[in-house]
Design a protein around this ligand. Sequence first.
Ligand code: ZN
Ligand code: ZN
Length: 409
Amino acid sequence: MTLPTTILDDLAAGMDDLETLYREFHQMPELSMEEHRTAEKISEHLRGLGLEPFLCGGTGVVAELRNGEGPVVAYRADTDGLPIEEDTGLPYASTATGVLPDGTETKVMHGCGHDTHISTGLELARLLTEHRDAWSGTVVFLFQPGEETSAGAVAMVEDDLWDRVSVPEVAYGQHVWPGVAGTVNVSVGTAMAMADSLEVTVHGRQAHGSQPEASIDPIVLGAHMVTRLQTVVSREISGSDMAVVTVGTFHAGTKENIIPDRAVFKINIRTFEPAVRDKVLEAVKRILEGEALASGAPAPTVREMYRFPRCFNDEAEARSLIGALRAELGEDAVRETPPVTGSEDFGVFPDSLGIPGVYWFFGGYSAETVENGIPGGNHSPFFGPDDVRTSLTTSVRAGLTAILSRVGV
Ligand SMILES: [Zn+2]
Ligand SMILES: [Zn+2]
């Protein structure tokens, strides 16, 4: 199957407008679960197409495009920005600000490229609305907030999403990454890692720095915990399995001659397999408790901050999509790739229904930039696709190929 030329011609003709739309979203990033203006702009655009969008899960936007008998397909685009000050030097760089949950003000940018996802989703809605003769069925558009905090997909499902729309038989989604614009990467099976984030509060006993015998030093104890956590991956997990254990923060104390009463650090864990995840989490818990015991300290308090589910591509669906994408974009433009250690909450949608899902990546940079070294990957202040036209043309074609492989006539 390849896309009808009438649709491709329309896509090419609308590319100036799409790039303008992309730049508008680029300049108005909002923090996770605070995407109010973004949701309004998305809704306005969808209403302009004659659809009836509604809010779901706070700042999520859902619109159902019904076009006669046929399969129901869900297409998801995430919408949130990140608390990063953009440093791309682009003429349309973001100067937006936002307020984090702890009350601090921050600069905000679309540092993960979700502005490309919004633009792609809206263009898919436009082309499918204007070319109803090319397909038959229903497409449910899910503009999901709060991907970066893993809050948004769950919020939408818990807001009775599936009682409010036609239930899909498959879910699709895609993400921009710093590869060559025009290319697409698809994994068969696991596509992205599960992630667990934990906050550990180490409880010690406060004392004067000159009297360590009166203390239980939470810094020494915490340091042992952090050091020993390095052995989870190196000594307990098979070389054929993937696991990452990173301690990304460590805070304790106020002055060099005061032994504080606590230390707080945060752990981030990535795994591909549920059994490996269980093993890592058990080992982490055992080490934290064992080290506390060794220091004569009470057990630490461990708070689960958030968790990302596995992003799993149904194998048959992924293979069939790879075939369709190669037919549409060219053999060389589509690669089958191993899973990545990043995480996503896209899987919540297919998992909550027990339906297959497929999630893939599309490139954002010119071949020349990729060759010379990209200025920064996703979540960097320098992240800014520099071949937006090719990138969006490809993401829209890939999205259409996936959707029409189900509902095309
Ligand atoms: Zn992202
Ligand atoms: Zn991200």
